[in-house]
Design a protein around this ligand. Structure first.
Ligand code: ACO
Length: 434
């Protein structure tokens, strides 16, 4: 069998052989298909990239039909059960799990960079008292490029690596401080005797005690959540990271753009919507009526369904277990009972079964964050901390890929044909719409 596609252009009757590799054709191969010599050549039109691969990647593999998520070949279930976040970040960034010696060096590098310049603190203090922590995180990450101007040398491997260390280490500090700021609390400096996650919790919640000691079960739960959220291949924010990074801008500017993409409710905000929905249901007895409303097309069951996972979201299974462990420490939350019952009813209902709608990672993550004492505004920030490793892994792959150039899609122009300039006084008024 030939690895090619035979295409007949019915406009001209001509036939073309287009090579197929890795289950894809190359869109530029379509350009040879022309009606005449003046024709630009055939384009493929794919708003929202529904069927366009923008890169070759060896970082994360998702098989939505089989419910598979693997980082560099390792099943997410095994990483969540046995791994740590820093090990996972090393795996995503460098392709392999670290040896004991490598992990020691890697942990040291990250720990060494957790502090930020005092001017960063002053910058953060300039935000309004009620600034949204995600807006602060995005802005302050972008501002880091002014502290490390050498970061613009993205073709230098050593320079790149230094920024990777800095970003993974400093994002949790900035994230925690943005929360402290929104609460009017003093910023807590990193405690470098603590692990990555325990230190983050200390920067979030420490008050007058000499050392904040988070419950080990909660530290582990957060570690698992960080592992589950570390990467998810070419999603909206990873695509933003790559698109911005393709201009060869420094990684702080690119990562701020990726975080901005994550801020949107269609990406990092679904767990907040789940909490709102559970609060609206309010009581177990209201669940059947709520489900009927959803089935009648009045709203969606938030935290259910996924564009890619049409069997189940493997992260949802793990997160449900984490929820049980967290609630053993924090005490049971009424929201959890509603969520469990809602899930049970939906999974037995023909409407959800026939549409392959299963709980996704966000069905339980918001309830867990709430149990950990985090306000809803911090949810996208909690996503951005671990995803920093994924964004950077995607960026490193991009800048080292000889096939990549500046990302610059084509368009199908559907606007006015050529027309002559008219002086302002002679123009006809038209309602301005955007
Ligand atoms: N509740 C009720 N019905 C749903 C839901 C839902 N959550 N999701 C999809 N459906 C229905 C649709 O109405 C449609 O029904 P129809 O065929 O009768 O018209 C069918 O299932 C297919 O839905 P699509 O919108 O085509 O599915 P798509 O893959 O485009 O959407 C999405 C995926 C956006 C995640 C969707 O399932 C949804 O809105 N879920 C709720 C929001 C949510 O939880 N988002 C988080 C995603 S995970 C993440 O981003 C980390």
């Amino acid at each position: 069998m030939e690895d090619s596609l035979t295409v007949t252009d019915n406009r001209t009757g001509r036939t073309y052989e287009i090579p197929v590799a890795d289950g894809a054709i190359r869109a530029p191969d379509l350009r040879q298909i022309k009606v005449d010599d003046d024709d630009f050549g055939l384009l493929s039109y794919d708003p929202a990239f529904l069927n366009t691969a923008s890169c070759r990647s060896s970082i994360t593999e998702i098989d939505g039909d089989r419910g598979i998520l693997r980082y560099r070949g390792y099943p997410i279930e095994q990483l969540a059960e046995h791994g740590s976040y820093l090990e996972t970040a090393h795996l995503l960034l460098f392709g392999e799990l670290p040896t004991e010696a490598e992990l020691e060096v890697w942990t040291h590098e990250i720990t060494y960079h957790t502090f930020v310049h005092e001017n960063v603190k002053q910058l953060m203090q300039g935000f309004r008292y009620d600034a949204h922590p995600m807006g602060m995180l995005i802005s302050v990450v972008a501002a880091l490029s002014t502290f490390y101007p050498e970061a613009s040398r993205v073709d230098d491997a050593d320079v790149r690596m230094l920024q990777v260390h800095r970003l993974i280490a400093k994002v949790p500090t900035i994230a925690a401080w943005s929360y402290r700021h929104s609460r009017g609390l003093p910023y807590v400096y990193p405690d470098n005797d603590l692990g990555f996650t325990a230190n983050f919790l200390s920067m979030m919640f420490k008050m007058a005690e000499p050392r904040f000691e988070a419950h080990p079960a909660l530290v582990r739960a957060l570690e698992v959540l960080f592992i589950l959220h570390a990467d998810h291949e070419q999603n909206c924010s990873a695509n933003a990271m790559r698109s911005i990074g393709s201009s060869k801008v420094d990684p702080y500017s690119a990562l701020a753009g990726a975080a901005a993409a994550l801020y949107g409710p269609l990406h990092g905000g679904a767990n907040e919507a789940v909490l709102k929905m559970l609060a609206e249901i309010g009581n177990l007895k209201n669940i059947p009526a709520f489900v009927e409303k959803v089935k009648a097309g009045e709203g969606r069951l938030m935290g259910f369904g996924h564009r890619i996972y049409k069997n189940y979201d493997p992260r949802a299974k793990i997160i449900k277990q984490v929820a049980d462990e967290v609630f053993e420490v924090t005490g049971r939350n009424a929201m959890l009972d509603i969520a469990l019952e809602l899930e049970k009813i939906a999974l037995e209902d023909e409407y959800f079964v026939s549409r392959k709608l299963y709980p996704n990672v966000d069905f339980y993550s918001g309830i867990i964050y709430q149990a950990l004492g985090l306000p809803v505004a911090m949810f996208p920030v909690m996503f951005a901390i671990p995803r920093t490793a994924g964004w950077l892994a995607q960026w490193l792959e991009l800048v080292q890929d000889p096939e990549q150039k500046i990302a610059r899609p084509r368009q199908l122009y559907v606007g006015s044909d050529v027309r002559d300039y008219v002086p302002a006084g002679k123009r006809r008024a038209v309602a301005a719409t955007v």
